[in-house]
Design a protein. Structure first.
Length: 342
């Protein structure tokens, strides 16, 4: 059996180690991918210990196809999301080859690189599900074949400068919201501008009057908030700012990427009620909606409607460098999206 190199997690809170493991074979509607770039630090891997492998953003070249695959051929450049819930180590990125479900992969447009493509999967699908699934904000815009016009509506993206936040801004622009308001750290270092991603207004997250500034723009009419950073402004996990911004007289919706209970005092002010949902951005949990995302993704990229994010690169399966990166995540240090080139 052919083998490959992989960075393996044997125990939680222990460093990754470089080992050899078998190259898997694709079955059914699966493709075997020679990985060029792998991103995202990886979550929900405990059940696969002591052979867990991290990395859910995958770009690479199709090496083999399963008997049911119709969308791809050997040699295609593809990008996809691994199934972090049931795919196991065969579907993870910190190795030289992996298996992907062909439904949750897409061809890479010729004008972007493997690294640029690998900025899309996890963060873009998480934002897509948060905005458009029935368990999220349940938006029904024209660009997805529905009929709702949002030109007179506003949306607030808390954490607009995060990776998921930047994709949420771009999808909100596709929706056609009249006001797209992002809270973020105001930058002066020449980084990617949130207005370039679709924000009509950017509010400094460190300002003392964040809520007042946003209410000056939306009044008591706000129906849609997406919190990508778990209520960091409140100092706990109650999504305090996000909930406060929702209308008190109309039923609004709040989608979050991290679990947290609504503050009961704040919730009591929402006399018309509200909907609050935690989103897990996994294609396999939202198969019909995710399949649409992966079908449409190349077109959105080609038309410039979705832009890739900034990234940094670690060359090779360098355990020391990857472990240092994971330590930075753990310790809350600012980390740019990083890809590993296996």
């Amino acid at each position: 059996m052919d083998t490959q190199q992989a960075l393996i997690l044997k125990e939680v809170q222990r460093p990754l180690v470089l080992r050899r493991r078998p190259i898997p074979e694709p079955n059914g509607n699966q493709i075997l991918v020679r990985i060029i770039a792998a991103g995202n630090r990886g979550l929900l891997v405990e059940k696969y210990l002591p052979h867990a492998i991290l990395g859910n953003d995958i770009s690479g070249i199709v090496e083999k196809i399963g008997p049911d695959v119709q969308r791809f051929s050997v040699g295609d450049r593809i990008v996809g999301q691994s199934n972090i819930l049931s795919g196991g180590p065969n579907q993870a990125g910190l190795q030289q080859f992996c298996i992907l479900d062909a439904t949750f992969a897409a061809p890479i447009p010729h004008h972007i690189s493997f690294d640029q493509a690998a900025t899309f999967p996890v963060n873009a699908i998480a934002s897509f599900i948060a905005l458009f699934s029935s368990s999220g904000l349940d938006l029904a815009p024209k660009f997805l074949g529905h009929g709702v016009d949002y030109a007179n509506e506003a949306i607030v993206i808390i954490g607009g400068g995060s990776n998921s936040g930047k994709f949420a801004l771009q999808f909100s622009r596709l929706v056609g919201f009249g006001k797209i308001i992002a809270t973020a750290k105001v930058r002066s270092d020449g980084g990617q501008s949130l207005r370039d991603f679709g924000a009509t207004h950017v509010i400094d997250r460190e300002a003392a009057d964040v809520e007042d500034q946003i209410r000056a723009l939306v009044g008591d009419e706000l129906l849609y908030v997406f919190d990508t950073v778990n209520g960091a402004y409140s100092g706990d996990v109650s999504h305090q700012l996000a909930l406060s911004l929702l209308s008190t007289t109309k039923k609004g919706s709040l989608a979050t990427l991290v679990r947290g209970e609504a503050d009961p005092v704040n919730a009591a002010t929402k006399t018309a009620g509200f909907k609050k949902n935690h989103i897990l951005g996994v294609s396999d949990l939202h198969q019909e909606l995710a399949a649409k995302f992966w079908r449409e993704l190349p077109g959105w990229i080609e038309k410039g409607e979705l832009k890739p994010l900034d990234f940094e690169v670690i060359d090779g399966l360098d355990a020391k460098k990857v472990n240092n990166l994971l330590d930075d995540y753990r310790d809350g240090r600012a980390v740019k999206k990083t890809h590993v080139h296996p």
